[in-house]
Design a protein around this ligand. Structure first.
Ligand SMILES: [Zn+2]
Length: 333
């Protein structure tokens, strides 16, 4: 199932691993660093398949016994270290599932691969237990530590791993991939790529969710109607926004994109570069009574809101100031 092409972007990581297999210089320990949703698990599984496929290591066949077992999560030489407590990987878990297990020679292939998701959750003791193993690993062993935060790992552990950093996927690349793979419109793909900040897994979830599209629609309507409403409607709007956006930074991105489109259409009503594609008519209409100067102020207010939220200023208050600036950005009629 998993193969490098399933993961959007991360070309440098893929390239590095491919070259290691090709030149038969696979390291014993890798640290895969990146936000969840960037494809660390998928890459780790695909790499395990490359190392275990009976036919073609560079392009795992997907049909041999080894590939099928890796995909099913049942290959005895592809071990996923699991943990019982949600927030910590204990020393016993590392000892049993990794340190002791790794001494067993491969069952079928030439290698045994150990994948440790959320490696930063290893306790200090657990990391020390791991350290002994990665200092002198058996020649057939490959350990993949997956983590969001490299800093949570002991320097002694980190320094023995080849570090592979996952990067946010450039927005244009992500947008195109979302359109091609999921058949969504450019507008939806652009929005999801923007909100996901380059994390492909998050963007994918968005474009596949009905709520996402509905929420975009509702947010846009709310912003459109602000200038026509009195300031007394703002508290109600704030409640909605807080309900729709558990992470208010996403809403702030939305506001930025909204003004970007309005300013773009004000200078060129025929532009084909609109993010909120499909809403051109409404946007052009709104751009007509937009004051560029006040739009600029609203955008500055958006940046101040980012600072306020980061400084833990009351969210209601921060949003009230922002929505007032949005409301004033268009001189209605
Ligand atoms: Zn195969």
């Amino acid at each position: 199932m998993h193969d490098f092409s399933d993961v959007i972007g991360q070309d440098a990581v893929k390239e590095h691993l491919l070259r290691a297999v090709e030149s038969d210089r696979v390291s014993h320990a890798y640290l895969l660093i990146g936000e969840n949703g960037m494809g660390k698990e998928e890459i780790a599984d695909a790499f395990a398949k490359m190392l275990l496929c009976e036919k073609n290591p560079l392009h795992p066949c997907g049909v041999c016994h080894a590939c099928v077992q890796v995909d099913a999560g049942t290959h005895p030489d592809a071990v996923h270290v699991t943990h019982e407590k949600p927030n910590s990987i204990g020393v016993d878990e590392v000892r049993d599932q990794l340190a002791a297990e790794i001494m067993i020679r491969p069952f079928s292939g030439k290698r045994r691969i150990f994948i440790v998701p959320d490696a930063e959750k290893m306790t200090q003791q657990a990391q020390n237990a791991l350290l002994k193993t990665i200092e002198e690993p058996p020649d057939y062993a490959v350990i993949l530590l997956l983590t969001e935060s490299e800093e949570a790992l002991l320097e002694t552990v980190r320094s023995r791993c080849v570090k592979l950093k996952f990067r946010p996927v450039p927005k244009e690349v992500l947008t195109r991939a979302l359109m091609e793979r999921f058949g969504v419109s450019r507008g939806e793909a652009v929005l999801a790529a923007e909100f996901a900040r380059g994390v492909a897994g998050r963007a994918k979830e968005m474009v596949l969710s009905v709520e996402f599209r509905q929420r975009c629609e509702e947010t846009l309507s709310l912003l459109f109607s602000l200038p026509e409403e009195g300031a007394e409607k703002i508290p109600g709007d704030i409640s909605k926004i807080e309900e729709w956006y558990p992470d208010l930074m996403d809403f702030l991105d939305f506001v930025r994109m909204y003004f970007r489109d309005l300013l773009l259409l004000k200078s060129d009503p025929r532009s084909k570069n609109v993010i909120f594609a499909g809403n051109e008519e409404r946007l052009i209409q709104a751009s007509r009574d937009l004051s560029p100067e006040r739009a600029g102020k609203a955008l500055e207010e958006t940046e101040r809101t980012v600072d306020r939220l980061r400084a833990n200023v009351n969210a209601d208050l921060s949003l009230a100031l922002l929505l007032e600036a949005v409301r004033m950005s268009r001189t209605k009629g």
